[in-house]
Write a protein that binds this ligand. Structure first.
Ligand SMILES: Cc1cc2nc3c(=O)[nH]c(=O)nc-3n(C[C@H](O)[C@H](O)[C@H](O)COP(=O)(O)OP(=O)(O)OC[C@H]3O[C@@H](n4cnc5c(N)ncnc54)[C@H](O)[C@@H]3O)c2cc1C
Length: 497
C-alpha cells in the first residue's frame, strides 16, 4: 500500500473492491478539481502509480446532458481542459480529454478505462450531479475506487457528522481545530521530475470515445454550435477559464486589490472582490493555492494565528484586516456550504430550511405582495426596479452579480413571487443557468440564506418576509456606490435583453 502524503481524512473508499496490483495502470477521473497542481486527488493518484510502478491516466471529461449545460460553461471548462492538456504535455502522465458530442455518448468511458486499472481515483465534490456520478461509477468499476477531497482548507470529514447552523458556529470550530490542517498542503508542482511508465489506451476505447480535438479544446464558436447544449447562454467575454487564467486573476487581486477589500467589496462601482468564484467552482483554482499566496505575501506562518476561539471574525488569522476579511469569506463561508452539502442530501430542498424560517414564511404566505412577477419577467429584467433589473442584466451578460447586489437580488425574488417555494425555484434556476460560479455549495448557501438558512430571526416582523432578514433596493441605493453600475447595466445599456 502507498504511504500517502494525502491526509487520511481526505480519502474515502467509494466501493468494497480491492486494489489490483496486477492491473495495467492507475486512473484518475478528474471530475471536480480540474487542475494539474494543488490537487490532493492528483497527488494520491501519483502516489499509487509510483508505488505500483504503473502508468497514470488522467481522464477529464465534459458531459453535455447535465442541467443548464450551455456555451458559457462549456467554453470556461474547455479553456481549462486546453490549459490542462498543455500542463500534462511533456510529463509522464497521460492526459485524456473527452467531450461528449451527444447526450449519453460518454456513458461507459470510465468503466472502459477502469476495466484493467489497479485503482480509480475521483474527486469528492459534494454537490450537483457529481455525488451521483461517482456513486454510479463506484458500483460499476471492478477495482477499488477512492474519492479524494481537495475542496477546502479543512477536510470535509474533520468535524465528524456536525452540521453547522450558522457561520459563527463553524468559525468557532475552525478557530479551535484548523491549525494542524494548515500544514497539509497538496503539491505545488506534482508533475516536475515525475517518472512513470507511459500509458497506452486501447484502440477500442479511443475509437469509441475519441479524445477532444484541438478545435474543440479551443472552444471555437463552430465547435460549440455542434453540441446539444443551450446556445442562448453565451460565453462571457474577457473571462477565460482554466488554472492558468485563474492563477493570473489570483495574483492580480492579491497584488492590486486585496488591501482595499474591506472598503471596496460592497460598492458595485469598485472592483472590490476577488472574482475568483468561477475558478474555485470548476476546481481551476484551489483554496490551498489562494491561501499559500496570501501567506507568502504577508510573510505569514501558523505561529501568527491569534488566540481568538469564540467565533469572532477578528483576531484569528492575523494577516491584516483586509486579508482576514477575505479569508472569512473564502474559508468560513465557503466551507459552511461544503459542510452542509456533504451531510445533507436535501441541501437543495425547501424543507432543509431551519424550522423557524419555514414557520415564519408559512405565517406570511398569504400576505399581499406589492409586485408579482413571472419567471420570464425576472429572466428578462422586466421588473419595476432599476437596481434589480441591473443586477439581472449583469448576471445574464457577465455570469455574475456583484456580491452585495446578489443578496438584494435574492431578497426581492422572495418579495415578488406568490410563495417562498416558487421564489426558491426561480432563484435556483436563474443562479445556476447564468452564473459561472453556480451549481456549487455556495450557490445553495446564498440562495437559502435569502430564506433564512445560517441566519437568525429579525424584528420587526414584516409582510411576506415575517422574521426573515429584509433588504431592499432603496436602502441599497442609499448605502452603496452604484451610479456607474446602474448606467452600465441600465435600460439604455448594451445589456438590455
Ligand atoms: C442569492 C445568492 C446566490 C449566490 N450564489 C453563489 C454561487 O452560485 N456561487 C458562489 O460561489 N457564491 C454564491 N453566492 C455567494 C457570494 O455572492 C459569492 O461567492 C461572491 O459574490 C463571489 O464573488 P468573489 O469571488 O469576488 O468573492 P470574494 O469576496 O472575493 O470571496 C472569495 C471567495 O469566498 C467565497 N465566498 C464569498 N462570499 C461568500 C458567501 N457569501 N457564501 C459562500 N462563499 C462565499 C467564494 O468562493 C468567493 O470566490 C451567492 C450569494 C447569494 C446571496
Amino acid at each position: 500500500m502507498v504511504t500517502s502524503p494525502v491526509p487520511d481524512l481526505r480519502i474515502a473508499a467509494a466501493n468494497d473492491c480491492e486494489l489490483r496490483p496486477d492491473g495495467s495502470h492507475v486512473l484518475y477521473w478528474m471530475n471536480g478539481a480540474r487542475r494539474p497542481h494543488h490537487n490532493f486527488a492528483l497527488d494520491r493518484a501519483i502516489e499509487h502509480a509510483r508505488s505500483l510502478g504503473k502508468p497514470l491516466i488522467v481522464l477529464e471529461a465534459l458531459r453535455c446532458g447535465y442541467q443548464w449545460a450551455s456555451d458559457r460553461f462549456h467554453r470556461f471548462i474547455l479553456e481549462g481542459m486546453r490549459a490542462n492538456a498543455a500542463a500534462f504535455e511533456g510529463s509522464s502522465v497521460r492526459y485524456y480529454p473527452y467531450v461528449e458530442p451527444a447526450e449519453g455518448a460518454g456513458k461507459g468511458l470510465v468503466e472502459a478505462l477502469a476495466a484493467d486499472a489497479c485503482v480509480v481515483i475521483a474527486d469528492d465534490f459534494p454537490c450537483f450531479f457529481l455525488p451521483r456520478a461517482n456513486a454510479a461509477a463506484a458500483a460499476r468499476v471492478p477495482c477499488l475506487m477512492e474519492l479524494v477531497d481537495s475542496n477546502g482548507l479543512l477536510p470535509m470529514r474533520a468535524p465528524g457528522d456536525k452540521v453547522f447552523a450558522r457561520a459563527v458556529d463553524l468559525r468557532r470550530w475552525l478557530q479551535r481545530n484548523i491549525a494542524p490542517h494548515l500544514t497539509d498542503q497538496p503539491r505545488k508542482n506534482p508533475l516536475a521530475r515525475l517518472e512513470l511508465p507511459r500509458a497506452r489506451i486501447a484502440r477500442s476505447i479511443t475509437d469509441r470515445w475519441p479524445a477532444a480535438t484541438s478545435r474543440m479544446l479551443a472552444a471555437s464558436p463552430g465547435a460549440l454550435a455542434e453540441l446539444p447544449i443551450d446556445h442562448s447562454v453565451t460565453p462571457v467575454e474577457r473571462v477565460t477559464g482554466g488554472p492558468v487564467a485563474g492563477s493570473r486573476r489570483l495574483r492580480e487581486f492579491v497584488d492590486d486589490a486585496l488591501s482595499r477589500y474591506e472598503d471596496d467589496r460592497n460598492h458595485p462601482d469598485r472592483r472590490g472582490g476577488s472574482e475568483l468564484a468561477p475558478w474555485l467552482h470548476f476546481g481551476h483554482v484551489s483554496v490551498h493555492e489562494v491561501f499559500e499566496r496570501l501567506a507568502k505575501v504577508h510573510d505569514w506562518t501558523t505561529d501568527a494565528l491569534g488566540p481568538t476561539k469564540n467565533g469572532s471574525r477578528d483576531g484569528f488569522w492575523n494577516m491584516n484586516p483586509a486579508a482576514d476579511g477575505f479569508l472569512d469569506e473564502l474559508v468560513t463561508w465557503r466551507e459552511l456550504g461544503l459542510n452542509f452539502c456533504s451531510r445533507r442530501p436535501d441541501y437543495d430542498q425547501y424543507e432543509s430550511l431551519p424550522a423557524w424560517a419555514q414557520r415564519t414564511l408559512t405565517d406570511h404566505e398569504s400576505d399581499v405582495r406589492e409586485h408579482l412577477y413571472t419567471y420570464e419577467q425576472f429572466d428578462e429584467a422586466r421588473t419595476h426596479d432599476e437596481v434589480w433589473n441591473a443586477a439581472q442584466r449583469q448576471l445574464r451578460a457577465e455570469g455574475r452579480i456583484h456580491n452585495y447586489l446578489r443578496m438584494v437580488w435574492g431578497k426581492m425574488i422572495l418579495a415578488w413571487t406568490p410563495s417562498p417555494q416558487i421564489a426558491l425555484e426561480i432563484l435556483i434556476d436563474l443562479n445556476n443557468r447564468y452564473a459561472l460560479d453556480g451549481r456549487n455549495p455556495n450557490s445553495y448557501s446564498g440562495i437559502f440564506w435569502v430564506l433564512g438558512r445560517y441566519d437568525r430571526a429579525w424584528g420587526p416582523e414584516r409582510p411576506v418576509f415575517g422574521k426573515i432578514r429584509f433588504m431592499s433596493p432603496e436602502r441599497t441605493k442609499a448605502k452603496v456606490r452604484m451610479r456607474e453600475y446602474l448606467a452600465r447595466f441600465g435600460p439604455e445599456s448594451q445589456y438590455e435583453s
